[in-house]
Design a protein around this ligand. Structure first.
Ligand code: DP6
Length: 400
């Protein structure tokens, strides 16, 4: 147990991101270098975030990590890769600047505690926010100011995109050492204020293939994935950037759906095939297309990652009606009043013509709940010491 105050303690938060041009496949497993560039939207931390505290002290005898109050194995390769990389950058900085850091800090062991403000059981991707937060917090505690893409990426590829708010691209880069494989902001969070995001949390129906294993299998066996990476994604990155810059919702929405569909097609093209979408996911796809067809315009888009949950993009003026359509198609169970979490959405009736156009047989309980959110900022430092997850003894304040 530590006898003195930790040498330094920092607490930061980081957001979840959802890709609209998907990352799937690595060209280098060790460095986590992708076979194509990707582009994502950073979600608001009021609804979804990871909070991480890192403390360094000469009293600590080993590196230790707690996730949601439970101690984890610090020997996990990805955690080790992040720790080694941040210490390498800290050493580099100290050598270059002749050090305004206490000389002992680099040899100090670190304690890290991390929590999510959303249920991990919901099956929402938490590794991106988690590793982005780890990279950002370690950088602050070790006094590193350089680009953190590599640190976050070595934890989980998609994590480098959670280092920025707004709309973010991860440029695949060309170099073998990955130095040019970095995340960059395409537009800030204030750029498109009308954009809304709904996360439709679907009951998990089966065990998933993890992203890392899934993409390894796809790279090995799917000719469609190679075609996608070489011949489809480069033009899509440019087109998606244009749609975002011009706030072209129709273009943004169509490309988002097409790219999600192509990603899931590469999963089916993997041998043996991988399937992440459930029956409920497919019904959501049908609902979105019928909703758009009724309006004669693309008013709503879906995207799915390596699981059955849908992420919906729409504009402020369409949210209430779309939520009414979801409630109609997937009547909530006993949680009718807590079905919608996050941003307020004013209750709206479902117009009879829309109900008729949807022509969907209701699937009660198919969607567990909805989280309504919007585009948000990147990682933040919390100044209030009350927010530290580690006490003065360097141990978590809250046990599991
Ligand atoms: C489908 O970043 O979780 O969500 O780098 O192996 O940790 P690793 O994979 P991860 O993959 C995310 C894949 C995706 C699409 C995306 O976010 O771009």
């Amino acid at each position: 147990m530590a006898s003195e105050e930790p040498l330094a303690v920092v607490t930061c938060t980081a957001p979840v991101n959802i890709a609209v041009i998907k990352y799937w496949g690595k060209r280098d497993e060790e460095l986590v270098l992708p076979i194509n560039s990707s582009l994502s939207v950073t979600l608001h931390q009021d609804q979804l975030k990871t909070t991480t505290t890192a403390a360094i002290s000469k009293d600590f005898t080993k590196d230790r990590v707690w996730l949601n109050g439970r101690e984890e194995d610090v020997g996990q390769p990805r955690l080790q890769a992040c720790l080694q990389e941040i210490r390498r950058l800290a050493r580099k900085r100290r050598n270059a600047w002749d050090g305004d850091l206490p000389p002992s800090s680099l040899s100090c062991k670190v304690h890290v505690a991390s929590v999510n403000n959303f249920p991990t059981a919901a099956g929402l991707a938490s590794s991106a926010a988690g590793y982005a937060c780890l990279a950002y917090t370690l950088a602050r505690v070790y006094g590193v100011e350089s680009d953190l893409s590599e640190v976050a990426r070595r934890g989980s590829g998609s994590a480098c995109r959670s280092l920025y708010g707004g709309f973010v691209e991860w440029q695949m880069g060309e170099q073998a050492d990955g130095k040019d494989s970095i995340a960059r902001q395409v537009a800030p969070e204030s750029h498109w204020p009308e954009l809304r995001v709904l996360i439709l949390v679907v009951s998990a129906e089966k065990k998933l293939t993890g992203s890392t294993v899934g993409m390894q299998a796809s790279v090995k066996t799917s000719p469609l994935l190679r075609f996608r990476a070489e011949s489809v994604v480069p033009a899509r990155m440019a087109e998606m950037t244009r749609c975002i810059q011009e706030r072209d919702f129709r273009g943004f929405a169509q490309l988002t759906m097409q790219d999600s569909n192509q990603f899931h097609a590469t999963c089916l093209d993997t041998f043996p095939p991988i399937s992440y979408l459930s029956q409920v996911s497919w019904r959501i796809i049908q609902l979105v297309h019928r909703f758009n067809a009724h309006h004669g315009d693309t008013k709503v888009a879906y995207t799915f990652d390596a699981g059955p949950n849908a992420v919906i993009f729409t504009l402020e003026d369409t949210v209430a009606e779309f939520v009414a359509a979801v409630r109609h198609t997937f009547p909530p169970g006993s949680n009718g009043d807590t079905f919608l979490k996050g941003l307020q959405v004013r209750p709206a009736p479902l117009p009879a013509e829309l109900e008729a156009a949807l022509a969907m047989e209701p699937t009660p309980g198919g969607i567990k709940y909805i989280i309504a959110t919007q585009v948000g900022p990147g990682p933040q430092i919390l100044d209030d010491p009350c927010t530290h997850l580690l006490g003065p003894d360097g141990l978590p304040k809250l046990a599991a």
